[in-house]
Ligand binder design. Structure first.
Ligand code: PEP
Length: 250
């Protein structure tokens, strides 16, 4: 089954409104003839600025997180209702920086996944092992657990709005990239896990992005692998010079 490529940029906690508008505008222009699916995920404070720039284009609007509740007394959190109001299409959940720096566990991530899907969003569910887990031979087991627990209670119908991003934590922002072979092996394994949960057809349809120091010079080799269906890009998503060549990899 042929799956389309999906290239997403996670801007993390970077940029002012003026900088965000400039980058979003340049990307919209550069990618208008792009062949793949594209997304940019700015910080919450930038979403209202970026939304009208990407509206009606082939660049989707993402958010980097959401609260596990719809609304209420949750100081400092941002609700799915507020994100919907801004025109957000996709929410990135379970990013390793959320898991490890802000102690989000699988149960919390699963609650957010289900809430976001319930409100009609697409979800990019990030999974990935730490360096010590890889060295202990536990990469597959960690990714399996994060996939199973992240998707617990997600219906087969809602699964069609889930994308998985395999991001080995040791490769994020470090300049170290998993070899295309190592990444593909985990992607294939995760696809099998999805197959056991939802059946072979759903597994074959599942878009599994790779993330971890994706750059213009390694994007094509990664994407050439059978099970790698795109990229979730951090650092290289912050500049047109680096994001556009990744988005238009040949
Ligand atoms: C990320 O944080 O999702 C990521 C992949 O970052 P980087 O590309 O900078 O490694």
């Amino acid at each position: 089954m042929s799956r389309s490529y999906y290239i997403a940029g996670n801007w993390k906690m970077h940029k002012t409104r003026a900088e965000a508008a400039e980058l979003a505008g340049a990307l919209v222009t550069a990618l208008k003839d792009g062949k793949h699916k594209y997304l940019i995920a700015p910080s919450f404070t930038l979403i209202e600025t970026v939304a009208p720039i990407v509206k009606g284009t082939n660049v989707l609007l993402g958010a980097q997180n959401c609260a596990p509740e719809e609304q209420g007394a949750h100081t400092g959190e941002v609700s799915v209702l507020q994100l919907k109001d801004l025109g957000v299409h996709t929410i990135i959940l379970g990013h390793s920086e959320r898991r490890h720096n802000y102690k989000e566990d699988d149960a919390l991530i699963n609650k957010k996944v289900k809430l976001a899907l319930h409100h009609g969003f697409e979800v990019i569910l990030c999974i990935g092992e730490l360096l010590e887990e890889r060295e202990a031979g536990k990469a597959e087991a960690v990714c399996e657990t994060q996939t199973i627990k992240g998707l617990e209670g997600v219906s087969a119908e809602d699964l069609s709005r889930v994308v998985i991003a395999y991001e080995p934590v040791w490769a994020i922002g470090t300049g170290k990239t998993a070899t295309p072979e190592d990444a593909d092996a985990i992607h294939a394994y995760v696809r099998q896990v999805v197959g056991k949960l939802y059946g072979e057809m759903a597994a074959q349809k599942m878009i599994i992005q790779y993330g971890g120091s994706v750059k213009p010079d390694n994007a094509a080799q990664l994407m050439a692998k059978e099970n790698i269906d795109g990229a979730l890009v951090g650092g290289a998503a912050l500049k047109t010079d680096t994001f556009i060549p990744i988005a238009k990899f040949a």
